[in-house]
Design a protein around this ligand. Structure first.
Ligand SMILES: NC(=O)c1ccc[n+]([C@@H]2O[C@H](COP(=O)([O-])OP(=O)(O)OC[C@H]3O[C@@H](n4cnc5c(N)ncnc54)[C@H](OP(=O)(O)O)[C@@H]3O)[C@@H](O)[C@H]2O)c1
Length: 279
């Protein structure tokens, strides 16, 4: 048999096997999916009116992590929906924006190692969004804890002291302060520590793998993303989510009036909210 035919046949079988594998994994994951949060679908039915009512109150917000993948899209969403009279970006470096849409943005450049010295940057905001985070590969174990726990908690404390009443934290699926995995433990710990600050409203978002074309090289995350992109093309599961959906959900949720002052939105709930009609 010619070599080309043999290779072609083997590749064809491998592709069929892989496609079958993806379908089976998708169906299995679907069985373990989070339950459908029906109440969110109902609550979002009149998003336009809710947004209009919220807009009338001339509220201001700040965003931590606006230079990151979710933060960038969150900022675009906030600008498009125009529900705040002022948006402040708090970060470690000045960002360059061009165009009229960015004229009303305020930027505060802070040293996260000396956040106490920048308390003024956190004063006078009604709502805070946090999409800050790093990885152990990038910052080492202590660096990761410093950013994902210490910086986030200190920012929330300063915001609360400065009059902020709503805090929205992008955490992670599986966050659990008792976990044996450092990543999930740190995420769970910071969630709990911020809860103790007792904001009038505190929402935690726990997305699965973020589906995004990241510029930065993160091989482990890239592999997970390829895998979950393939699975989600077959069947939508709670294991992954596009960043646009997360950003949309964070903004939509801001204008809703939840029953409880503290809420955790798992991947499925984020997905439902993020797909609500905002046009
Ligand atoms: N990747 C995933 O699949 C996944 C899944 C679930 C949850 N999450 C969580 O979702 C959140 C957002 O993720 P993402 O991928 O959108 O974030 P990202 O693209 O990695 O952006 C992170 C943001 O944090 C800032 N930051 C990082 N290290 C910092 C430091 N030492 N000092 C000050 N600022 C620092 C970055 O600022 P610079 O631009 O200046 O570096 C950037 O604005 C993170 O908390 C992450 O853990 C991620």
């Amino acid at each position: 048999m010619p070599l080309i035919k043999l290779v072609g046949g083997t590749l064809g079988k491998a592709t069929t096997f892989f496609a079958l594998f993806i379908v089976i994994v998708g169906v299995v994951l679907k069985c373990f999916d989070d339950p459908e949060p029906e109440h969110l679908g109902r609550m979002t039915s009149d998003m336009k009116t809710l947004e209009e009512n919220f807009r009338q109150n001339n509220k201001s917000c700040f965003v931590l992590g606006a230079s990151g993948e979710t933060g960038k899209v969150l900022l675009q969403e906030l600008q498009q929906r125009n529900i705040f009279s002022k948006i402040t970006l708090i970060g470690r470096r000045q960002l360059n924006f061009e165009g009229k849409a960015f004229e009303n943005l305020v930027q505060e450049v802070v040293d996260f190692e000396k956040l106490e010295d920048y308390a003024a940057a956190f004063q006078g905001h009604d709502v805070g969004y946090c999409c800050l985070g790093t990885t152990r590969a990038k910052a080492g174990t202590q660096g990761f804890i410093r950013v994902d726990h210490d910086y986030v908690l200190k920012s929330a404390e300063l915001a609360k002291a400065g009059g902020c009443t709503q805090f929205h934290l992008e955490s992670s699926r599986g966050a659990d302060k008792s976990s044996n995995f450092l990543y999930l433990k740190v995420k769970g710990q910071v969630e709990a520590d911020i809860q103790a600050l007792d904001f009038d409203r505190y929402s935690v978002y726990r997305p699965g793998v973020l589906l995004v074309d990241r510029q930065e090289s993160r091989p482990g995350e890239w592999l997970a993303r390829q895998f979950f992109s393939a699975v989600s093309a077959v069947v939508s599961t709670s294991m992954s989510i596009p960043i646009q959906t997360v950003a949309k959900a964070m903004v939509s949720n801001t204008v809703l009036q939840p029953q409880h002052k503290f809420e955790i939105l798992e991947n499925k709930a984020i997905s439902t909210l993020g797909k609500s009609d905002t046009k």
